[in-house]
Design a protein around this ligand. Structure first.
Ligand code: ADQ
Length: 743
């Protein structure tokens, strides 16, 4: 509207100016037309009057002549008539004849352009016509016509002219504004579409695109230029980005606009459980879900997972899909159903009795059974089919999670050769000798090399993987770019250290540290100022819980002043209880706690409180905030999120983290007290150091660790992988376009 006014007003003013400038010209033109008309009319009248006038002149009847003249001047336009018999006499005329017209000066009115006589009533037209008579050869007839109608008409003409120009201005403006608006909107829509990467180049069938053929020739180049500028800026600014779900969503929306994103994991992000008549939705406490949910929400993607909840089948549609989160659906879960036999072979068998101990050097022998392998292959194939059926395009981005799906990347590559598969291996990758134990090592390696990007937590695990491939497969390994070329497919092997959400949810740190300290101590029957250590793990033999207890025992042996003054609360979530090794491990942990407590509990509270149960994340954070020390003693751990969660929980900048050197986290958190969990004496000394560490030192260490976790949070982990995938896809598109593999 403002645009229209800004345009129309000047246009109208210009046209009004033109009308104002043109009006005198029109006036002059019409006047000359009227004068010519009046001249013609005068000579017509004169010739019509000649005969009767001559008769009356000849009869010498002046009164008759006057009557004759008066009769004729009734015509509203004929103002006056006069007759001059000779140049010397006075005119025989109607009374209305202007005094300026005298018989002696008639020549003046005979000159062209001198026909006009101004008067009070308006201009008068004076015409002198000779009498064609022998009786009065010098006689002249003077006809004066009223020209005020010319002025009136001229005014009317000017008005019409003004209205005409104004109307013209309005019509021209209206047409111009409509055209401008349409094309402006078109341009804006076009630019928006370009900036969003939508519309102009949208693939057929993927939604209506604005039809702007004028854009098409430049659209592709412009779009590419914008993307490259954006990507360059992002690459430069990545360190400056504060990674949050919102920034992750915004970057992904820019980078992966309209891309088809699929996540595959064994566990689902939402589980529907039957509780009596009700169906309850559970959200597993998992860093993975926290990291991948923003991606799913940003891209409205599909998450494919094993449907393991007791009410999972009751809530899906006929395609086994359910929209989540339940309160505000943003993406969908596609549930894959597994029989008990499939679950036993694929999940408990090959994945957890084979690959898990194989990759964790924790001195538990892997068990490989051909039956488990068969199920593992079949279930991977089942998930590959699910990916193919859920893919909305030929080239989706598929995020494959963990060791349950080692074969899936290549199976997806077979089904969808143009898909970008990003596989993340959450557990360590062992050295080639250790990996060689697996009877199906080549198949596992080949399966993983179907990925476009294969991610590990640490460079050490990347190196181990590349060494393993180099040792066992006929593949081209490039150690400079860290890529493997196998069977014509290139895989980039990259380090993406996983992390946790930062800042932690407000609910987690709502209760004050003093309140947490007192409530946790009260709950475990400990005195208010009692020193407290915590461990939070799945009850897994890789977590080094046995070694942790041994270190506590050693602390009490070496520093007996802590007996009765220090208690370690171990929160242990039951896990994989169907596997014999885990049953033994639980029994061993329980027996050890009982034995150590039996040895030292006589002098006050027990040194170990063992809580074998799952806790809500909020309760886990309460333990973290209540503790003086958190002890993470994994024998081998891809990353270990507990260490990072402890750091996130301590917004009071107090508490000491003791961290195993065999965790991925130890590479990122050197300010923790780093230990070898197999060295009980060293761990005991670390516990003593932690329990006696001055508050200043605790603060300095905690501040540095909090800074790192804040910066390298889980959103950065997810964002970095997807940005790499996006630039890989850009490169691939360029190669397809130019037909050149090398740039
Ligand atoms: P996990 O082996 O499961 O993960 P970890 O990284 O420590 O190990 O994550 C465990 C998660 O479970 C944490 O969020 C923790 O709070 C929670 N948890 C542990 N015990 C709990 C309890 N008793 N009750 C409630 N919650 C509990 C695998 C790899 C790791 C890697 C992660 C992520 O083994 O090395 O860090 O994946 O990639």
């Amino acid at each position: 509207m403002r645009l229209s006014l800004r345009f129309v007003l000047p246009l109208m003013l210009v046209l009004a100016g033109i009308a104002w400038a043109v009006a005198p010209l029109v006036d002059r033109l019409t006047l000359s037309w009227f004068v010519r008309d009046l001249d013609a009319r005068s000579s017509l009248l004169a010739s019509a009057m000649q005969e009767p006038l001559q008769e009356q002149l000849a009869a010498g009847k002046k009164a008759k002549i006057m009557e004759f003249f008066n009769r004729i001047t009734r015509d509203e336009r004929l103002f006056a008539i006069g007759y001059c018999a000779a140049p010397t006499g006075t005119a025989l005329a109607t009374r209305s004849l202007p005094a300026e017209i005298r018989c002696a000066e008639l020549e003046r009115w005979e000159r062209p352009r001198n026909h006009l006589l101004p008067s009070d009533q308006g201009p008068l037209h004076v015409s002198v016509q000779p009498m064609v008579s022998e009786a009065a050869p010098a006689g002249r007839l003077v006809l004066v016509q009223d020209m005020s109608f010319v002025t009136r008409r001229s005014e009317e003409t000017k008005q019409y002219l003004f209205y005409l120009f104004m109307g013209l201005a309005a019509v021209v403006s209206l047409i111009t504004v409509i055209i401008a608006q349409l094309s402006w909107r078109g341009w804006i829509a076009g630019m928006r579409a370009l900036l969003h990467g939508e519309g102009l180049l949208r693939q057929p069938g993927s939604g209506a695109a604005p039809n702007l053929p004028g854009f098409k020739p430049i659209a592709r180049d412009l779009q590419r230029l914008i993307r490259e500028l954006e990507s360059d800026a992002r690459a430069r600014d990545e360190d400056q980005i504060t990674w949050t779900p919102e920034s992750l969503r915004a970057i992904l929306r820019g980078e992966l606009r309209g891309e088809d994103v699929i996540v595959v994991s064994n566990r689902e992000p939402y589980v529907h459980q039957r509780r009596g008549d009700r169906i309850e939705v559970q959200r597993p406490a998992s860093g993975l879900v926290t990291a991948l949910e923003p991606i799913m929400r940003a891209c409205s993607g599909t998450w494919i997972a094993h449907g393991s909840g007791s009410a999972d089948r009751d809530v899906v549609d006929k395609h086994d899909r359910v929209a989540v989160p339940p309160e505000k659906p943003a993406y969908r879960i596609r549930r894959v159903w597994l029989s008990a036999e499939e679950e036993a072979g694929y999940y408990y068998g090959f994945a957890n009795e084979g690959l898990w101990p194989l990759c964790h050097i924790a001195h538990v022998r892997p068990t490989f059974r051909s039956g488990d392998w068969t199920q593992y292959v079949a279930v991977n194939r089942k998930f590959a089919k699910a990916v193919a059926s859920e893919a909305k395009t030929k080239n989706p981005i598929v995020l494959v999670q963990d060791y349950h799906f080692a074969l899936l990347p290549n199976m997806i590559h077979e089904e969808l050769p143009n898909a970008t598969v990003i596989t993340f291996w959450h557990i360590p990758w062992p050295n080639p000798e250790s990996f060689a134990i697996c009877p199906w090592r080549d198949e596992v390696l080949a399966g993983l090399l179907g990925s476009s990007i294969l991610g590990f937590h640490t460079q050490f695990h990347c190196n181990n993987f590349v060494d393993t491939v180099d040792r066992f497969l006929e593949a081209r390994v490039d150690r400079e770019s860290f890529t493997v070329s196998f069977g014509g497919k290139l895989t980039a092997v990259r380090r993406y250290p996983i992390s946790i959400a930062w800042p932690p949810e407000a609910e987690m740190v709502q209760k004050s540290v003093p309140d947490c300290r007192s409530s946790v101590r009260r709950l475990s029957d400990l005195p208010p100022e009692h020193k407290l250590g915590v461990g939070v793990d799945r009850l897994d033999y890789t977590k080094g819980i046995v070694e942790r207890f041994r270190a506590i025992e050693r602390l009490l042996e070496l520093n007996p002043e802590w007996v009765g003054r220090f208690t370690f609360v171990q929160v242990a979530a039951p896990t994989r209880a169907g596997i014999e090794e885990y049953q033994h491990h639980e029994a061993q942990v329980r027996a050890m706690a009982t034995r150590i407590n039996g040895r030292f509990a006589r002098r006050g509270p027990p040194p170990i409180v063992l809580k074998v149960e799952h806790h809500e994340p909020r309760d886990v954070y309460e333990y973290f905030r209540a503790a003086d020390v958190c002890f993470v003693s994994s024998l081998h751990d891809g990353m270990n999120l507990v260490a990072k969660e402890f750091v996130a929980a301590r917004d009071d900048e107090r508490g000491v983290l003791i961290l195993s050197q065999f965790t991925g986290a130890a590479r990122e958190l050197p300010e923790a007290v780093i230990v070898n969990p197999y060295d009980a004496d060293q761990c005991a000394a670390a516990l003593h150091l932690a329990l006696t560490m001055p508050a200043d030192e605790q603060r300095d260490r905690m501040r540095l660790m909090r800074g790192l976790v804040a910066e390298f949070n889980v959103f950065r982990w997810a964002g970095r992988m997807l940005l790499d995938a996006a630039s890989m896809r850009r490169r691939d598109r360029l190669i397809v376009k130019t037909g050149r593999g090398e740039t």
